[in-house]
Design a protein around this ligand. Structure first.
Ligand SMILES: [Cu+2]
Length: 144
């Protein structure tokens, strides 16, 4: 009987350990994610700089599990947010900055585009509650 209970306990530990890398991380309620540049409604050239702002939390490399940290994801022309309980997909529309970058240079076609920032934890899963910016709309104009 004792052995059986111990075996169950070991199995439970193994299961929770394997699930740990795939769980959400808690974020402080005061955390804020925002665009330093460009601003909502701004007209930009075909190639432009995007700067990410984060308050209360810190930036960590993907794979580093430290409290109150995460890495930036830039969502380009995404209408509805991806699922918040699983790793974010990687695509041209969902860009990961797992190297801890806080800015990038984007090249987009002329016209209107939306940009939104979403923080992900060490395994690219959004925090609980999600740390997400307002969605901004920019207009790319041809280079002069
Ligand atoms: Cu990521």
């Amino acid at each position: 009987m004792k052995i059986t209970a111990m075996m169950v306990a070991i199995i439970c530990l193994a299961v929770s350990a394997s699930a740990a890398s795939g769980t959400r991380s808690v974020s402080p309620a005061e955390a804020r994610l925002y665009f330093i540049a460009p601003q909502d409604g701004e007209l930009v050239n075909g190639e432009f700089k995007v700067s990410f702002g984060l308050r209360v939390m810190g930036v960590a490399l993907a794979g580093i599990d430290a409290a109150n940290t995460g890495h930036h994801h830039l969502l380009i022309n995404i209408d509805s947010l991806p699922p918040m309980d699983q790793p974010l997909p990687k695509s041209q529309q969902v860009r990961h900055f797992g190297g801890g970058q806080t800015e990038t240079t984007l090249s987009l076609k002329p016209g209107k585009h939306t940009l939104q920032l979403l923080l992900g934890n060490h395994s690219h899963i959004p925090h609980n509650p999600p740390v997400v910016s307002h969605k901004i709309t920019i207009t790319v104009i041809q280079k002069p």
